[in-house]
Design a protein around this ligand. Structure first.
Ligand code: ZN
Length: 183
């Protein structure tokens, strides 16, 4: 399976690094930009490498049909997610976390966002003690992304690392995107 890493995020002093594939980033960008006046989001799927110190997000899902949202809130539904996750298990890929958009806003986690990630980290049905959260802040046709990891009850915001190890960084894959600031 062709897999192209387009961005990587890491934190000073933290053990974890998060890499996003082109597929995952493209879906987040498309969905976030298409939802102009309401938040949207889905889950992140991928795998851990390097003894769990590297998370590779290989896919992001669209908003499940039973999700609900408003200008500044998003309640992700469940519909169809189990089937999507099951299809990935044979490839050694699992639930890694959540993504959602902030239409017309900065990709900064809100207190509700942090609370949501805390409850996922202690919910045994997710089997994901260190969930990843990606927020896509949109402005017109441009997008900024933040990546955070919940570790020991604290949300740790990662910084972009360019270029990612072992692959070229090619931002031209997203025509017209103005990736700047946080990303
Ligand atoms: Zn939010």
């Amino acid at each position: 399976m062709a897999e192209k890493i387009v961005v990587a995020f890491e934190a000073n002093g933290a053990a974890v690094e998060v890499r996003l594939t082109e597929d995952a980033l493209r879906l987040i960008r498309k969905e976030a930009l298409a939802s102009i006046d309401k938040e949207t989001g889905g889950i992140l799927i991928g795998r851990y490498e390097s003894d769990g110190n590297l998370a590779v997000v290989t896919a992001a899902t669209e908003s499940p049909g039973d999700s609900s949202s408003g200008r500044a809130w998003f309640q992700r539904g469940m519909k169809g997610l189990t089937a999507k996750l099951r299809a990935r298990w044979p490839h050694g890929e699992y639930y890694l976390g959540e993504w959602h958009s902030h239409p017309g806003g900065a990709p900064d986690p809100s207190s509700d966002d942090i609370r949501g990630m805390r409850s996922i980290s202690i919910d045994i049905s997710y089997k994901c003690p260190k969930p990843i959260m990606i927020i896509a802040g949109t402005s017109g046709t441009s997008i900024r992304i933040s990546v955070s990891v919940l570790e020991n009850g604290r949300l740790l915001r990662l910084r972009p690392r360019v270029p990612p190890t072992g692959s070229g960084t090619d931002r031209s894959i997203i025509p017209g995107s103005k990736i700047k600031g946080d990303l």
